[in-house]
Design a protein around this ligand. Structure first.
Ligand code: HEC
Length: 206
């Protein structure tokens, strides 16, 4: 019992040490990171689409963090250069992801810049990749007898066309695709090391 006080002090010291080195110092290091000049803030539609991405659980199968060549063949897969902290300056919450059941999506807007492709793929991934295990999201679409002037009609193979009418995208589907098309961090970064690439200094003057 007489060792309780030293034990508590030691526990408090370990906790304080961990808090300083794992929370306070890293937070201080990235606090001043400014967005790269080439990166646009998300539009309203893209933000709504991002909320869809979160609520539909896309992050459980898709990462958004291409790795450096020495950590994995992500660049060879066409997923882009290793991401850096400024690439995520407008991201809240972060959607880095931990699972890669599907490809990394940080640069999907550059890799597949077609709204029509994404709408078809979301309606039915197997219309594009017959062996895909990605879920389909039919509730993001509606079947109409005929398309109105504002409607975006989903291109589908004959086998998937409804008996009568056409499949059109809802606003939720259009927003989600706006978000996917905005994902493009292919601009060059001179030095992937955050402390040396000038972004940190630029942030401090703002
Ligand atoms: C159960 C896991 C899973 C979930 C959940 C999932 N995906 Fe996928 N996704 C995959 C797989 C596997 C592929 C590769 C096969 C394909 O293209 O269908 C893929 C491919 C993709 C691609 C094409 C990537 C490329 O480089 O060709 C996009 C875009 C995509 N998914 C977006 C989404 C979005 C948006 C959501 C959420 C609405 C989502 N995915 C949810 C597994 C998943």
């Amino acid at each position: 019992m007489n060792r309780l006080v030293p034990l508590l002090l030691l526990a408090a010291a370990v906790l304080a040490f961990a808090t300083v080195f794992l929370v306070i110092l890293p937070a201080g290091e990235i606090r001043t990171v400014a967005p790269p000049p080439q990166l646009e803030p998300y539009t309203e539609a893209e933000l709504r689409g991002r909320a869809q991405y979160v609520s539909l659980g896309c992050v459980y199968c898709h990462s958004q963090q291409p790795r450096a060549p020495e950590q994995g063949p992500d660049a060879d897969r066409g997923w882009g250069r290793a991401s850096t902290a400024p690439d995520y300056a407008y991201d809240s919450p972060h959607l880095l992801g931990t699972m890669r059941t599907g490809p990394d999506l940080l640069n999907i807007g550059a890799r597949i810049p077609s709204q029509a492709w994404h709408l078809t793929h979301l309606y039915q991934p197997r219309a594009i990749h017959p062996t895909s295990i990605m879920p389909n999201y039919p509730f993001l679409f509606e079947t109409r007898a005929e398309a109105g002037p504002e409607d975006v009609v989903v291109k589908l193979p004959d086998a998937l066309l409804p008996d009568n009418g056409v499949v059109v995208a809802t606003q939720e589907a259009l927003d989600l695709v706006s978000y996917l098309l905005s994902l493009d961090r292919t601009y060059p970064v001179s030095n992937p090391d955050l402390r040396d690439n000038g972004y940190a200094d630029r942030g401090k003057t703002q």
